[in-house]
Write a protein that binds this ligand. Sequence first.
Ligand code: ZN
Length: 163
Amino acid sequence: MNQIIILIFVALSITSCTAAKAVVAMNKSTNQFIALEQDKRILYEKGAEKYAETVANKIDTAIQTVEQKQYKKFTKPVTIYICNSIESFTDYCVIRQASGCVLNERLFLSPKNFQANQQALTHELSHLHIEQHLGMFTWHSGYPAWFQEGLATYVLSPSFNVY
Ligand SMILES: [Zn+2]
C-alpha cells in the first residue's frame, strides 16, 4: 500500500520529459527487448537494432560527460531501452513528444531521436545518474523540474565550462 502511495506521488511530481503515468509504466514488462550483441547494457525492440548500435557507439562518451559534470561515478550499471515505435515508447514514458525518460532506474529512448540521439542519451543519463545517487523518491519529489532539467542542460552545454 505504501509503495502505491509513493508511486502515485512520484507520478504526480515527475517532470515533463519523464512519465506522468509512472504507476502503470513502472510495472510494464520489458521482456520483449533484446540485448545488443556488442553491448549488453543496451536493449532494443525488434526493428530498432540500428539505433541501438548508434547508442552503443556513443554511450561511453555520454557516461563520461555526465560523471565529469555531476562529479561522481554512476553507482550502478546503466540499462538503456531503445523503443521501436512512438507507441511503444509512450507505453513507458507516456509523453509522445519526449525524447526519453528515466523510469525506476531504466532509461528509455524514443525512436524519434535517431538523428539527435547523443543529446537525448546524455540528457537522460543525467537524470539516471541523480536518481541512482538519491533514489527515485527523493529525486522526483525533492527537486523541482527546473533544477532537474537545468542540470541536464548544463551537462549538455560545453559553453558552461567557460566563466
Ligand atoms: Zn529531462
